[in-house]
Ligand binder design. Structure first.
Ligand SMILES: C[S@@+](CC[C@H](N)C(=O)[O-])C[C@H]1O[C@@H](n2cnc3c(N)ncnc32)[C@H](O)[C@@H]1O
Length: 358
């Protein structure tokens, strides 16, 4: 990857990336020093690439790890995605039907959605995302960005999976919002159900626990991991060859402000809005037929795409859901490829794209 660079250029690259131990090294030793670390704990991504080439601007029905095997190595400019989170023991076949059939209204195993804690969630998610990330690493061009949304509870395991696949973790972005439901709950109903306590004992315990709830702060941030596939040579070489690796700083937020790692999509107050706001979501942008539970704001995704790609770039969303990434690509004049295991969502996504184009 670096063999076309001179020894001096390799040393300059070590300095630029703050890599120590380069002095006195021969050219091949310098190349080893610079080359990205091979994925350690992750199975290597597929070597055999199918001859099928996926068409651009299409959303395909299928499991994304399998589907990505149809994409040639080093061919995608950016991957921007919002994966399933494995919360509530729902497995990786995240879909609305499963959630809805797991109990009446919003109860899952007697606990409201998102409140059932399982120590294995994090491990299972890490294993799943390691496989996703290994394949994403293979198909991205050097310097290509990989942005994954996540839940604050699982950010750590997701990011380790991404890093272990060979990516450089560049930042944590935070989408912050004010409107959300408090999820912490009181212990009164547990006390009420206890068959061993007398009514007096129950009252006493309720008094003791008054105002004390399960440790869950009101959600106000959705973290995203910003990872980059290591560049080939210097930034300028990589950008000339692949059009990736640098960030587009003409893409601003708020009052024409340099993009920061906090992003908002609703008015908060004058000081915050001046700096962090991307345009607010349009009331109709989801489509009133959209049954997906986790639709992202269109302007947020468009902002991320414009930051890390040039026009006509190819953006992949392996978990396309109701198609926000696809609509954002149409809006920003990029090309998209998407996958989802739920045909109902694909139909919604395709309809959103069609209606956006009208
Ligand atoms: C959080 S949602 C994405 C929502 C999307 N960002 C939007 O704005 O509509 C995740 C999606 O991943 C899909 N999914 C889950 N596991 C998958 C897999 N292994 N391969 C492909 N899609 C999967 C689900 O059907 C769901 O639609």
């Amino acid at each position: 990857m670096y063999s076309n660079l001179s020894k001096d250029e390799l040393i300059a690259l070590c300095k630029e990336r703050k890599i120590k131990g380069y002095s006195g090294k021969k050219k091949d030793e310098l190349i080893k020093l610079i080359s990205p670390v091979e994925p350690a704990s992750v199975e290597p991504a597929s070597e055999v690439i199918s001859t099928t080439t996926l068409e651009e601007n299409c959303i395909y029905f299928g499991e994304c790890i399998e589907m990505m095997k149809n994409i040639p190595s080093n061919s995608i400019d950016m991957v921007c995605t919002d994966p399933p989170y494995f919360l509530d023991g729902l497995g990786n076949d995240w879909n609305k039907e499963k959630i809805d059939t797991k109990g009446s209204s919003s109860l899952i195993g007697n606990l409201p959605k998102g409140m059932k804690f399982d120590r294995n969630q994090s491990k299972k998610f890490n294993e799943f995302y390691s496989k996703v990330s290994a394949e994403v690493f293979r198909i991205l061009k050097p310097g290509g960005s990989f942005i994954s949304f996540s839940s604050p509870r699982l950010y750590h395991s997701m990011t380790m999976a991404v890093e272990d696949a060979g990516f450089e973790i560049r930042d944590m972005l935070g989408w912050i919002y004010c409107q959300s439901q408090v999820k912490a709950f009181s212990q009164d109903h547990i006390i009420d159900k206890d068959k061993k306590m007398t009514p007096e004992e129950k009252e006493k315990l309720k008094e003791l626990c008054n105002n004390w709830k399960t440790p869950q702060l009101k959600p106000a941030i959705e973290p995203m991991c910003l990872a980059v596939k290591p560049i080939e040579g210097r930034y300028i070489d990589n950008f000339q060859k692949y059009g990736t690796g640098l960030m587009n700083t003409s893409e601003k937020t708020g009052d024409n402000i340099f993009p920061s790692n906090i992003i908002t999509t609703e008015n908060i107050n004058e000081a915050m809005d001046k700096v962090f706001l991307v345009a607010k979501p349009n009331k109709n942008e989801k489509g009133d037929y959209n049954t997906h539970l986790s639709v992202k704001p269109l302007n947020l995704i468009s902002h991320l795409i414009k930051l890390f790609t040039k026009e006509n770039a190819i953006v992949l969303d392996p978990f396309m859901g109701s198609g926000t990434t696809a609509v954002a690509c149409v809006e920003t004049n990029r090309k998209y490829i998407g996958f989802d295991i739920n045909q109902e969502y694909i139909n919604i996504a395709e309809r959103r794209v069609r209606e956006y184009k009208k």
